[in-house]
Design a protein around this ligand. Structure first.
Ligand code: GDP
Ligand code: MN
Length: 379
């Protein structure tokens, strides 16, 4: 789950990270009032879930409250990478001497949390990783001991810092690590972590991603969610308890079970097609859930065919088939549908689907091949 900069900075401030003074505004007048309260130059920053806002014109300096109002007015009317800006952060402007990067991420291959830092901050870290990988330094945290103080100091020295700056950097790395772990984040990043002329650290841009799997133990996250920024299909999927990820292809996949869904996507690709999504409808596959999933699949204009791949285990295939038929009656899709049902009562299930004019297949390979073929027919 993505949260905005103004939300991440509040979380990180609680861990003692050096965020600058600031507040969020939804109108130019509010932006002006914040600038007046601060009584100094401010930066006005678009709050949208995209990176590279600076380059896209979503971050502007304002020397006076009047200027803050005018600049906020411009930014609030903008779209950044297609997303309308509805809020701005008005934050104290800082005189920057150097820009660093500091981030905490999960290294899935190592199954460890990694703290990364670079003296090439301010720009996207992906670009640094590509063009100058040696400019990124890392420390891997032990899952039981966490990030140790000596590791934080090693990071500082590896960045070329010394003396007071190395000493003051270490607690920042430790605090960011702690914020990451305690908030079930999948990413916590300060970019740039700026050093002022006076040698003070300032977290000028903060970013956090929160782990959706941890939602049940964070009821407070509901208030952080920006519904306007969410993909409508992903919002619907969450409301119906479906695991849905939109992809770029044109064959919609409706599958019960995550592993089977992955295998289905692979099989579609094996036959030269491209899946339009990953979708795990879970066990049961009752009509109401299948209908919700169908509506989500068909809301994607790229979809040219839908492939149902259902394994009837505890839920019998005939029940699943009746659920699918009920859903088809409700949604009335215009694209061809291919179904492969196996498991308990599969013949009965296939008969019900064939009566509903669905193409049915006995094997996964056959189903995938059929779906690829019908997806290519002119419609
Ligand atoms: P991003 O482009 O979305 O990553 O947004 P950032 O908040 O990182 O801002 C982009 C760039 O604007 C930063 O790398 C800084 O160079 C600059 N910037 C942001 N805030 C300040 C500030 O208070 N003072 C100065 N001098 N530069 C700033
Ligand atoms: Mn940034």
């Amino acid at each position: 789950m993505k949260i905005h900069e103004y939300q991440a900075r509040e979380i990180l401030a609680r861990y003692g990270l050096p965020v600058v003074a600031g507040d969020v505004a939804a109108t130019p007048q509010e932006a002006r009032a914040i600038a007046e309260r601060m009584g100094r130059a401010v930066v006005v920053k678009a709050q949208v879930h995209v990176g590279g806002r600076g380059k896209a014109g979503g971050i502007r300096l304002a020397h006076t409250p009047e200027e803050a109002e005018a600049v906020a007015g411009e930014i609030l009317g903008m779209e950044l990478k297609g997303i309308p800006v509805r809020r701005v952060l008005v934050a104290e402007a800082v005189e920057v001497a150097r820009e660093f990067y500091l981030g905490v991420v999960m290294d899935r291959a190592a199954r460890r949390i990694v703290v990364m830092a670079s003296a090439e901050g301010g720009v996207e870290i992906e670009a640094v990783a590509r063009e100058k990988p040696e400019a990124i330094v890392r420390q891997t945290a032990d899952p039981f001991l966490g990030l140790r103080e000596y590791q934080a100091r090693t990071l500082a020295f590896d960045l070329g810092l010394s003396g007071a700056q190395a000493l003051s950097f270490a607690p920042i790395a430790l605090a960011l690590y702690r914020a990451y772990v305690e908030n079930d984040a999948t990413l916590a990043e300060i970019n740039p972590l700026a050093l002022t002329r006076e040698g003070q650290w300032r977290a000028l841009d903060t970013k956090m991603l929160l782990d959706d799997s941890a939602l049940p133990r964070h009821p407070e996250w509901e208030a952080l969610r920006d519904r306007e920024a969410e993909e409508p299909a992903e919002l619907q999927a969450r409301l119906h308890d479906l695991n849905y990820v939109k992809l770029e292809g044109n064959i919609g996949c409706m599958v019960n079970g995550a592993g089977l869904a992955m295998a289905t996507m692979d099989t579609i690709q094996l036959y030269g097609g491209e899946p339009a999504n990953f979708l795990d409808i879970g066990g049961g596959a009752r009509a109401e859930k299948v209908a919700a999933a169908l509506r989500i699949l068909l809301s994607d204009p790229n979809v040219r065919a839908v492939l149902f791949n259902i394994f009837g285990g505890i839920t019998r295939c005939d029940e699943v088939a009746r659920g699918i038929v009920a859903a088809l009656e409700e949604v009335r899709p215009q694209v061809p549908m291919v179904a492969r049902l196996v498991g308990t009562n599969e013949e009965e299930g296939r008969r019900i689907l064939a009566e509903a004019h669905m193409l049915t297949a006995e094997s996964m390979a056959e189903a995938a091949r059929m779906a690829v073929e019908v997806s290519r027919r002119p419609q």
